[in-house]
Ligand binder design. Structure first.
Ligand SMILES: [Zn+2]
Length: 114
């Protein structure tokens, strides 16, 4: 259900852009954070269904997962948080904070050449 709502808002956003540029979208890229429980397959499937009979029909959707960022309290290093080896990769300190998760973003829309 979660994915269907996301797919709907993506199709809406792409359709708006397509109307603005008067072009047919062929691909789109979205990004989301690690904590966003998005299943790529489910979202692609939902997108296909929602896109049917719209200008987005047949467009390919690419989903990029952005890693969580950690910031070391000891040396100030910013790093990609790895759940399997939590800690600062620079100084091995376990004192670090986690930056806010990346939001769901529509990053890029590719249009057909006219
Ligand atoms: Zn450190």
């Amino acid at each position: 259900m979660h994915e269907t709502m996301i797919a709907q808002s993506i199709v809406e956003a792409i359709s708006k852009a397509a109307a603005k540029y008067d072009a047919k979208p062929i691909a789109a890229r979205i990004s989301c954070g690690q904590l966003n429980p998005i299943n790529d397959e489910v979202l692609n499937f939902a997108f296909e269904i929602v896109a049917q009979d719209s200008v987005c029909q047949g467009a390919k959707l690419q989903i990029v997962h952005i890693p969580l960022k950690g910031k070391c309290k000891n040396c100030g290093d910013a790093f990609d948080f790895d759940i399997y080896s939590p800690g600062c990769p620079a100084c091995k300190s376990n004192e670090f904070s986690i930056e806010p998760d990346a939001p769901l973003l529509l990053e890029e829309i590719e249009f057909e050449d006219k």
